[in-house]
Write a protein that binds this ligand. Structure first.
Ligand code: KG4
Ligand code: ZN
Length: 341
């Protein structure tokens, strides 16, 4: 089955053709970064306008790079949540219209579940495992029992991991997008330059939750308090010490979930899964099987949407053309709670 996957939840207009949920025939990503970089962050109105301009040429390019015509496509998948409402609507409406006009089945795909699927594009992974989903909008630690049976163990209580990278980079004028720039700067910095505090989350029911607002405030507003005067206050040292704590926050909760569940396979996904320090720290754990997608499949792309779309369509789970966009995350069970959109 050849599936056309469309992704437009944030600032990348992306389309891909994937065969049988595994073979990537094309993966076109038109990045809007230069349009948002001048504002040091994504401007939702600019994002949806660019999606409107680019969606047709991007889909055409994905078909052409896969050397395939629309007639040979067996199904169409598109992200319907979570994301920027105006951006989601462009890709979703385009995909549903195409499905209606061609009579092909349609699958609405959760963007975060798409990130989780990215690693499955390159290798067979056995369930169950722990998922670590870390992007600009979400930080989720989950127990994955099947491709459509996922239970959230922990999430962020305030900012997402990627959001913290982006906000620190914006404050210090490091550039946009912050995560990749901080990762690069940190390679030439010393993480001992500042010792930022870890969050203390003691509330019941938050055993696996993370928080980034304290770290963000410490790095932005209270850096003098935590700085080691033996080190110069360089962008590289700020980046390295922030990154060290940001990754430790995630790992402390992930390691707790590993101990509690006894699961030793971890599958990472989302833009922050591209972080080199996160990869390095997890590689140190030889007792774990940590699986990361290749860098191009960590950040937003259409291949992960086509891949998961294949799983839905091949198991008879097509979505109705009345499927709507939803800005918030849905489709997960939450430990002890019912899911909400
Ligand atoms: O998954 P993604 O492309 O879009 C969302 O779904 O949000 O993730 C984008 C996020 C941004 O916050 C970006 O700064 C972060 O991922 N990011 C990174 C790295 N590359 C991208 N964060 C840390 N280290 C990186 N190497
Ligand atoms: Zn994403």
């Amino acid at each position: 089955m050849k599936i056309l996957g469309i992704e437009s939840s944030c600032d990348e207009t992306a389309a891909a053709v994937v065969e049988d949920g595994r073979t990537i025939l094309s993966n076109v990503i038109a990045t809007q970064i230069p349009f948002h970089a001048v504002y040091n962050g994504v401007v939702p109105e600019i994002a949806s306008r660019k999606h409107t301009e680019w969606i047709l040429p991007v889909v055409r390019q994905a078909l052409s790079e896969a050397s395939i015509s629309m007639n040979e496509i067996d199904g169409i998948a598109a992200t319907n949540c979570p994301g920027l409402m105006g951006s989601l609507l462009v890709g979703l409406t385009f995909a549903k219209t195409l499905a209606w006009a061609t009579g092909k089945p349609f699958a609405a795909v959760n963007h975060m579940l798409g990130h989780l699927y990215a690693a499955h594009l390159v290798q067979d992974i056995r369930y169950p495992y722990l998922g670590l989903l870390v992007s600009g909008g979400h930080s989720i630690i989950c127990k994955v029992s099947d491709f459509d049976d996922i239970e959230i163990l922990g999430t962020t209580m305030d900012d997402a991991a990627g959001e913290a990278f982006d906000k620190v980079a914006k404050f210090y004028n490091f550039g946009y997008p912050g995560g990749v720039i901080i990762d690069k700067l940190a390679k030439n910095g010393d993480p001992r330059a500042a010792k930022f505090p870890l969050p203390k989350i003691n509330k019941e029911g938050h055993r696996y939750d993370v928080s980034y607002s304290g770290l963000k405030t410490a790095v932005i507003n209270q850096i003098d308090q935590f700085w080691n005067p033996d080190f110069p206050r360089t962008p590289e040292n700020i980046a390295a010490s922030f990154q060290e704590t940001a990754i430790e926050i995630l790992l402390s909760r992930l390691f707790r979930a590993i101990e509690d569940t006894g699961l030793t396979t971890v599958v990472a996904g989302g833009g922050v899964a591209a972080n080199s320090r996160l990869r390095e720290r997890l590689a140190e754990r030889s007792d774990l099987n940590c699986i990361f997608p290749p860098l191009k499949l960590c950040t937003d792309n259409g291949a992960m949407i086509a891949g998961l779309g294949f799983r839905y369509l091949s198991s008879g789970k097509a979505s109705p053309l009345s499927s709507n966009a939803c800005a918030r995350v849905q489709g997960f069970r939450r430990l002890g709670r019912t899911p909400a959109c």
